[in-house]
Design a binder for this molecule. Structure first.
Ligand code: SF4
Length: 289
């Protein structure tokens, strides 16, 4: 693993073996994202990947789960991905489940047959950022695609039985689009019907365009109470056949872990309580990464 910039992985992949097959993000355009700003996108060679796998195998037994880093591994051409999957299984036979981040843009470059092959090769979970179901908000965030385009790509993954962890960003619509952002996000999530949802709270990071927008007053983050209201609207309007809804990220004011559909009423009661008694909210100094 290149230590010049530490790997970024979802909190739920804390116990996964990490394998960097790309560096950076090929899109690298989202206004809120500080992750790979000064890192040119490159695809690591088969030789580099093999060396990394051999060094992992030489020092410890890998986890059953392996997470492909960096930003969007599905950008890698299909033949290179197939070769990488084969090397993983050959050198680390203990790996049973491969996971990765993928944005809708990179999924759109794969045919259904290619996605099916990736699933057969062991790709079991994709983490995808929807951020918002509101097109106006998506455009302001400079995300790739409209909500419908992201929904379409997410559903293609589900159709080939790749599980989805979809993240959304409370506050992404600012004060201007707060209500639309929450309602349209619930609608988009209901259409995708993923196995896992992670609701994070938008935090403007220095060096990002969003930070500048906050500084010059063109974007205003909703208040903690309004953010909680967004969380309530998303949950109230969300219809999942079966899934887990996590709002326990370090950025959130009220940590929640909800099994849907059964746990919805209890979660809404907790949010109602916190809306009436804001001492239940995480203090500002405890938020962050
Ligand atoms: S696609 Fe993901 S990694 Fe790339 S800029 Fe957007 S949020 Fe960041």
């Amino acid at each position: 693993m290149n230590n010049d910039h530490p790997p970024i992985r979802p909190p739920s992949e804390a116990h996964s073996t990490l394998l960097r097959i790309t560096e950076g993000c090929s899109y690298n355009g989202c206004t809120f994202c500080p992750a790979y700003k000064n890192i040119p996108f490159t695809i690591r060679s088969a030789k580099q990947i093999k060396q990394t796998l051999l060094s992992i195998a030489s020092v410890h037994r890998a986890s059953k789960r392996l997470f492909l880093c960096d930003g969007d591994a599905l950008t890698v051409p299909q033949d290179r991905l197939t070769e990488t999957m084969a090397m993983i299984h050959q050198i680390l036979p203990e790996v049973k489940s491969i996971r990765t981040y993928a944005n809708a843009k990179s999924v759109s470059t794969k045919s259904d047959e290619q996605l099916r092959t990736l699933r057969q090769d062991g790709l079991k979970v994709v983490h995808m950022g929807l951020e918002s179901g509101d097109d106006v908000t998506l455009k302001r965030l400079n995300k790739w695609g409209t909500a419908q385009e992201i929904i379409t790509q997410a559903k293609r993954l589900r159709q080939v039985r790749i599980k989805l962890f979809v993240t959304v960003l409370l506050g992404a619509g600012g004060t201007q689009r707060s209500d639309q952002h929450a309602r349209f996000t619930a609608d988009a999530l209901s259409q995708i019907d993923p196995e896992y949802i992670g609701a994070l709270t938008l935090m403007p990071y220095r060096g990002t365009p969003l930070y500048e927008q906050c500084a010059n007053g063109t974007f205003t983050l909703p208040s903690p109470k309004a953010l909680l209201g967004e969380l309530k609207t998303v949950l109230e309007n969300l219809t999942l056949s079966r899934g887990l809804f996590f709002a326990n990220h370090a950025s959130n004011y009220l940590p929640l872990n909800v099994r849907l559909p059964g746990g919805k009423d209890q979660a809404l009661k907790l949010i109602e309580h916190a809306l009436g008694d804001q001492s239940a909210l995480k203090p500002e100094w405890m938020r962050g990464l």
